[in-house]
Design a protein around this ligand. Structure first.
Ligand code: GSH
Length: 207
């Protein structure tokens, strides 16, 4: 088994999906959380290919950057990427559309002007609704929607859904009530024993 160090800030954000892959696969790794005040020195060290985190160090020899490249690598290694190229492409489609959700949530978090925040939240809910409507359809088209987003077993797309939906209270805490199949899937993911154990033991963070 390779020696893994997953290095990120002490937040869920762009590393949590990979942490969930590790958890469900039962793979050991070092969950390194860099304090904000340590980051400038870390960044200046040149260890991070693009000067950003998350990064995955593999056997101390190679540092993989970019959250989705890291997630895709781990998903391929441990059987969460989809079973053939079409399934993999569908999984990637879901992962990529969640980038739009991630960026929208980030904009809400970083907006300091309360009036503007209200406005961007309202605009974002419209966008999130349109994405979730499409994902609910995709889920239902996959054997009635009582399984997973793609194929017949859990993939990192389902983990990504769980991770991104944890941020819903920042814009519309009840949004998943409009998507009952997605809501049930989020619950199903959180009930996978290895995931439930991770959710209990992971550091509690605001974001
Ligand atoms: N596209 C990159 C974005 C990485 C990114 O924006 N990382 C932020 C934290 S979420 C970061 O390292 N910020 C500190 C900096 O840029 O100095 C990814 O998905 O990994």
């Amino acid at each position: 088994m390779p020696q893994y160090r997953l290095v990120y800030f002490n937040i869920r954000a762009r590393a949590e999906t990979s942490r969930m892959i590790f958890a469900d696969a039962g793979v050991e790794y070092e969950d390194v959380r860099v304090a904000t005040e340590q980051w400038p020195a870390e960044k200046a060290s040149g260890k991070y290919p693009f000067g950003q985190m998350p990064c995955l160090e593999i056997d101390g020899k190679f540092t993989l950057a970019q959250s989705r490249a890291i997630g895709r690598y781990l998903a391929n290694e441990y059987g969460f990427a989809g079973k053939d190229n079409l399934e993999k492409a569908k999984v990637d489609m879901v992962i990529d559309v969640f980038e739009d959700i991630y960026v929208g949530v980030k904009n809400i978090i970083f907006e300091k002007d309360e009036t503007k925040k209200v406005q961007i939240k309202a605009e974002f809910v419209v966008k999130a609704d349109s994405i979730l409507t499409a994902l609910e359809k995709l889920l239902i088209a996959n054997n009635g929607g009582n399984g997973f987003l793609v194929g017949d077993s859990v993939t990192w797309a389902d983990f990504e859904l769980f991770v991104r939906m944890e941020y819903a209270p920042l814009y519309d805490a009840a949004i998943l009530d409009r998507y009952p199949k997605l809501k049930a899937l989020v619950k199903r993911v959180s009930s996978i024993p290895e995931i439930a154990a991770w959710l209990t033991k992971r550091p509690k963070t605001e974001f």
